[in-house]
Design a protein around this ligand. Structure first.
Ligand code: HEC
Length: 91
């Protein structure tokens, strides 16, 4: 294998964990980046894709995670609630 190919392969292995294609269960959208950042501190952020809820439901879930110890600013939590409500609404 040519050295330049090896260098490319190594570069793709060390791509940041928040690369867009890492968590396939999370569609693109405003707030996706915040969700990945704040909600992957303890478990996979893809856990959220197993749930369908309205805004109060997601708000309660995010508050519960903040009580668990999730680290984020108020603005980040609001953005996450909006993303989750838009992306995973009730069935
Ligand atoms: C400080 C650690 C921590 C962070 C950060 C965190 N969680 Fe969690 N999460 C947990 C723990 C512990 C559980 C399992 C127990 C529970 O449900 O509280 C869990 C479970 C969940 C579940 C499954 C609940 C169920 O009943 O099946 C969802 C959905 C979830 N988290 C969403 C989120 C979202 C959204 C965020 C970002 C706002 C987040 N989590 C950030 C600790 C965390």
């Amino acid at each position: 294998m040519r050295p330049v190919l090896i260098a490319l392969l190594l570069a793709s292995v060390s791509a940041p964990a928040f690369a867009q294609d890492e968590f396939k269960a999370l569609p693109a959208g405003d707030g996706r980046a915040e969700t990945v950042k704040v909600c992957s501190q303890c478990h996979s952020p893809e856990l959220v894709a197993n749930q369908r809820m309205d805004e109060p439901g997601w708000r309660a879930m995010v508050n519960q995670m903040a009580n668990n110890g999730a680290q984020g600013t108020d603005a980040e939590f609001e953005t996450i609630i909006k993303y989750l409500t838009q992306t995973f609404p009730p069935n």
